[in-house]
Design a protein around this ligand. Structure first.
Ligand code: SF4
Length: 511
């Protein structure tokens, strides 16, 4: 007779979390599968604080403040006096830690009105749950990471692919709905963990089929096959020849800038012709594109200029004996100046390596000086789905249209987000501009990321916003999210990053 009672008791102690489709049943004192929500004495709570940006954060201000709904009365007076003077000119509530309303139709947890430069505004704040999301990663290196379209693996699972290289950078496309939900459970789990780590500015090691192993971290230099990349090339071989031609005139008779993309040969190049340089008679391997510009002088690799060569002379086919001359001075350099050698032709027109003259070394150093530090850049790209939009308005297409009409400023954790043209709300944001640890996961699997929509109060009303849920900034600062269940426990102040525009200072609010 006692067993059913126990079951009943256990059932009473569990509460359902409805903040994602997993719908965890959480026992008292335990957390749900994502560790973001917990059962505290029968109440569902969001464990992380809501991050709030301050334009000027005083050192004396406590960084972490409990919301009124959770705390004793004594703190109320302090909180009220502290928040009374705050406006949207000073304070911005980010989606980080704000909790979510997915997968149902509830209004967003924070729909907050405040004055910005005297204008009534609204910011709709939520943590989005994104299945359609990916990372676009730019890795400043010429070194060969892998063939275009090659699968990229993390812990043995395919989590993305090599995509089109850009100027001086190799590009990866990581994550995405097919790896999150279209493959095995393990592939989805490792993909979402990899995305969260990179989004949260942590280091991740990836291996590329037919290519390299690369250690990447947003804002840091990439490490390719154990070697930290230092410099991003100044330009392709042709550009480098053009930039430094005048500085090399009279100091070298021929200059070859080795580059996996375009290897430049100065005397043939338009820059050399403009300077009336004497032809050297050099004959290059590879495919001549235009005068002084050669493709495919070697295979891609991690050697000179992103090729696989260690000996630069290997890309020279020979010399025209009628044109070249003994004593001809030849400089060979990579596009970063990291590799450079100096040769003089002997009587048999063979290049003999010699010590580089200091005035030539100075130009090679200038090539290096013009390179920028090699970095890894991680952009988060995601589509705001139907339920997220329903948290903003009863008629979601009006939100989409308002964004396209530039009436709404979209931010992610207060960082400016680029909204792609065309249908839907597809946003792209640099994770380095977002607060640390902005990203989370749920086991569906999907990524959790903050998103905020800011606009004039009148525009929010016009697009069918949840006007009954609009609250003042003061009220939001004291009480937290509007819904008691799942509401965050505390708020945390963060100094607004100086390199981001103030999220409520954008034209839709002020125009
Ligand atoms: S995974 Fe997290 S958000 Fe989803 S239901 Fe469980 S506790 Fe809630």
């Amino acid at each position: 007779m006692t067993a059913p009672t126990k079951v009943d008791t256990a059932a009473r102690q569990k509460i359902a979390c409805n903040a994602c489709p997993v719908l965890c049943q959480i026992s008292d004192g335990r957390t749900g599968a994502c560790d973001r929500y917990a059962n505290r004495e029968g109440m569902l709570v969001r464990l992380d604080p809501v991050l709030m940006l301050r334009r000027e954060l005083s050192k004396d201000e406590p960084a972490l403040v409990p919301f009124l709904a959770r705390e004793a009365h004594e703190t109320v007076a302090e909180q009220t006096s502290a928040s009374e003077l705050m406006t949207g000119d000073d304070v911005f509530i980010t989606g980080v830690g704000s909790s979510t309303t997915y997968p149902d139709y509830k209004p967003a947890p924070f729909i907050v009105t405040s004055k910005v430069a005297g204008v009534d505004t609204v910011t709709v704040v939520t943590e989005g749950i994104f299945s359609y999301c990916s990372l676009k990663v730019k890795i400043d290196t010429d070194r060969f990471l892998g063939p275009e379209q090659a699968p990229v693996r993390c812990k043995g699972e395919v989590v993305g692919h090599v995509t089109t290289a850009e100027y001086g950078s190799q590009m990866l496309s990581l994550g995405g709905v097919h790896h999150l939900t279209g493959g095995s459970k393990k592939e989805g789990r490792i993909t979402v963990e990899m995305m969260m780590a990179l989004g949260n500015k942590q280091a991740v090691t990836l291996s590329i089929e037919g290519g390299s192993e690369v250690l990447i971290q947003a804002g840091r230099a990439p490490v390719v096959n154990g070697v930290e990349e230092k410099r991003m090339r100044v330009g392709c071989g042709s550009a480098t020849v053009g930039i430094f031609a005048e500085q090399l005139l009279g100091k070298a008779d021929e200059v070859v800038v080795v580059d996996d993309h375009i290897t430049g040969v100065l005397t043939e190049h338009q820059a050399g012709r403009c300077l009336d340089m004497r032809p050297s008679g050099i004959r290059m391997h590879g495919r001549k594109s235009t005068p002084g510009r050669y493709f495919q002088v070697a295979n891609p690799g991690t050697g000179w200029g992103g090729t696989d060569i260690a000996d630069p002379l290997s890309i020279i086919e020979g010399w025209d004996a009628k044109v070249a001359w003994p004593g001809l001075r030849l400089l060979m350099t990579s596009t970063t100046g990291e590799h450079a050698s100096w040769y003089v032709l002997d009587e048999a027109l063979r290049p003999v390596e010699q010590e580089m003259p200091s005035e030539v070394r100075a130009v090679v150093d200038r090539v290096g000086e013009n390179c920028e530090p090699a970095l890894t850049t991680v952009l988060f790209l995601a589509g705001a789905g139907g339920s997220l939009r329903a948290g903003v308005t009863e008629n979601p297409v009006l939100l989409t249209r308002a964004i396209k009409s530039a009436l709404v400023n979209v931010t992610c954790g207060g960082a400016p987000a680029y909204v792609w043209p065309g249908g839907g709300i597809t946003v792209m944001v640099d994770v380095m501009r977002m607060p640390d640890n902005s990203f989370g996961t749920v086991p569906t699997p999907a990524i959790i990321a903050p998103i905020e929509f800011s606009m004039k109060l009148d525009d929010y009303r016009a697009l069918g916003g949840h006007m009954d849920y609009v609250r003042t900034l003061e009220d939001a600062l004291q009480r937290g999210a509007w819904h008691s269940e799942g509401a965050p426990l505390a708020r945390q102040w963060l100094q607004a990053p100086a390199n981001n525009p103030w999220p409520l200072g954008q034209p839709p609010m002020l125009g």
